[in-house]
Design a protein around this ligand. Structure first.
Ligand code: HEC
Length: 158
């Protein structure tokens, strides 16, 4: 008898799981979808961190095509943060990303298209400041970003 009740309970819980998925609906490209996986902000930031480092080594080595590519990936990372984590623990990520990062991203765009080392370095500094300004204003001032001092990976040519 008890075993039957336990079995019934499991069936019921399974059913609730099916009709009430744990992932919330979200708007992607203005379409309501229920993604099976939503990346966390920390995860997205991990990729942004890698792109920040790759961008630096591409730029200072004058590998402008790669720098242009990494800048695009970095922007995608910020777009993903806005799409998947618009409101992170009460912090309006969606609203604050553009005003904080656009000036630096635009300066980087210009420096890269002009193949201008001096302005690339200045714009990269601006970007790093934007990273830290957001970490400070969202309560993560202990996450301090800096210009990388060595290549983060060795299986890619910069
Ligand atoms: C709009 C705000 C904002 C901007 C801009 C921003 N971050 Fe973040 N970042 C955060 C928040 C909030 C967290 C904490 C996320 C969490 O705990 O899940 C974070 C976390 C991180 C982490 C910690 C992730 C880990 O797993 O160790 C790294 C690294 C990071 N950011 C790098 C960067 C870099 C590099 C830039 C700039 C190119 C940047 N961030 C720009 C808000 C921002």
């Amino acid at each position: 008898m008890q075993r039957t009740l336990v079995t019934l309970l499991f069936i019921l819980l399974g059913f609730i799981g099916v009709i009430n998925p744990i992932y919330p609906e979200t708007l992607i490209n203005n379409e309501k979808v229920t993604p099976s996986y939503i990346p966390g902000l920390g995860e997205i930031m991990g990729y942004i961190q890698l792109r920040h480092a790759k961008l630096w080594f591409a730029g200072i080595n004058g590998n402008w095509d790669l720098a242009h590519y990494e800048l695009g990936e970095l922007k995608e990372g910020f777009d993903n943060a806005q799409t998947y984590q618009p409101d992170f623990k009460g912090k309006p990520i969606k609203e604050i990303i553009n005003p904080l990062t656009n000036p630096a991203l635009n300066s980087l765009d210009q420096a890269i298209s002009k193949k201008d080392f001096q302005n690339f370095k200045l714009a990269f500094n601006k970007l790093t400041h934007a990273c830290n300004a957001c970490h400070q204003s969202t309560g993560y001032k202990f996450i301090q970003i800096q210009t990388p001092s060595s290549i983060p990976i060795t299986n890619q040519h910069f």
